[in-house]
Design a protein around this ligand. Sequence first.
Ligand SMILES: [Zn+2]
Length: 318
Amino acid sequence: DGGEINIWVHVLAGAKAGPTLLLLGVQHGDEWGEVEFFRRVVRDTDVTTLSGTLLIIPVASPTALGTLTRLTQWSADGPDMNRLWPGSFNWIAEQIARKISQEVLPKVDALLDFHFGMWGNTLGLMTYGADFPDPKVNEAVRNLAFAYGHPILHRVNVVGGYPGPRSVMGYAGLKCGIPGAAADVGGMGFGVEYENKLHDLNQKGVRNVMRYLGMLPGKPDLPDRFLDYTVNHRVDPSKGGLLIPAREPDEILREVKKGEVLARVVSPYTFEELEQLVSPCDGVLNLVPRTYMVRPGDWAFFVADTTQPDSKWVSAPF
Ligand SMILES: [Zn+2]
């Protein structure tokens, strides 16, 4: 209708000079739990102790948020905003990505791109790319991912595979030399206490990264070991219905065995069992659902495969 779309950028300018860290959220409108997290970060950040600048874009796609859907605009070449950076056409998501690419990214030294689980799911992994052509970018990206302090690190070929060279972290690393990682630790629908715990964990993650970058005094407070892994199995329903986890509440970081029943799907009409979801390997859960209504292919479990030879428990590289 010719109306404007505003992209709000919070600028938390520190008392001293230093690097600029961008926190980017809600490229996917159904992951709106990130908004409360960013509100807390803005509320709790004391700029008098900060060296450098914290930039926060709580909602990258107001259009997707408005419809509470993953996609910004269904009838577009690239409706998923995290697959089209820096934007080439004039679809809404592409115009937004272009604006952020032109006006914000040039000011940024490091990027955290947030993807919480949508209602009914909790995600629990950091995703980082390891196939940038510039080895310095790879090293900076890897360090950034470890600095967050979440112990489950999915090492992906971001340029050659998932989520691709036109995801924001793919584009930032490949074309701008900006190290970025995806903070996929959060969810909704699990009760206030657990969600507060996840918010605290993410606040600690952001503080850890700011310490690592020299924006806050001190060193990151890190776990002794991290699972640095390559293969994440997506265990999702092939049938729609009511998904009932075998354990409720289930928890991210729980170790599971090959063949373990993780959940079942029952008919919402007859309550008969339609399907069992089974872990395909020994591994660690990094996406868990609560009881909720699913469509075929919907979000249920991620299992980090601990049996792969290139997946190891390691300590931080710095
Ligand atoms: Zn997302």
